[in-house]
Design a protein around this ligand. Structure first.
Ligand code: CMP
Length: 137
């Protein structure tokens, strides 16, 4: 079993898509090991996305991720990182396979509904960023 970090982003939260997305997560065999509702400040969003700090879209990404509430979750499944990325679909919703979360609920490359860790190393960083006491859960 593997764990990964998932985020339901402000666009999906504000459009009322939280229930549908969590339904897809559970319906696809993921166990939700931890979950919380947060509204990030600029400093928290910058720390989470530090790997993108030199990217041209960084400022817009931080503005968007602090624009409303988010749901952060630790998901558990066999090959959870790869499986969650498959269920999310491509980063840009216009390239996301039919039936994936970003195809159904994403708007554009910024407002793309959900986030998922892209490697084991980043999953460890991202999970401990939001759930530092996860080992106790
Ligand atoms: P996410 O999986 O959360 O990781 C970084 C985010 O940056 C990504 O999803 C996108 O929502 C956002 N982003 C905005 N612009 C771009 C871009 N041009 N290329 C890649 N990611 C982008």
């Amino acid at each position: 079993m593997e764990t990964t970090l998932a985020i339901i982003k402000p666009d999906a939260f504000l459009k009322g898509n939280v229930g549908a997305i969590i339904g897809m997560i559970e319906g696809n065999g993921f166990k939700i090991n931890a979950l919380k509702l947060l509204k990030l400040c600029k400093h928290e969003a910058e720390g989470f996305y530090y790997v993108h700090k030199e990217k041209p879209f960084f400022k817009d990404l931080i503005n968007f991720m602090t624009s409303g509430p988010i749901i952060v979750m630790v998901l558990k499944k066999n090959k959870a990182i790869e499986e969650w990325r498959k269920l999310m679909g491509a980063t840009d919703p216009k390239n996301a396979e039919k039936g994936t979360i970003r195809n159904l609920y994403g708007t554009n490359i910024e407002k793309n509904a959900v986030h998922g860790s892209d490697s084991k190393e980043n999953a460890l960083y991202e999970i401990s960023y939001f759930f530092p006491k996860i080992a106790l859960i």
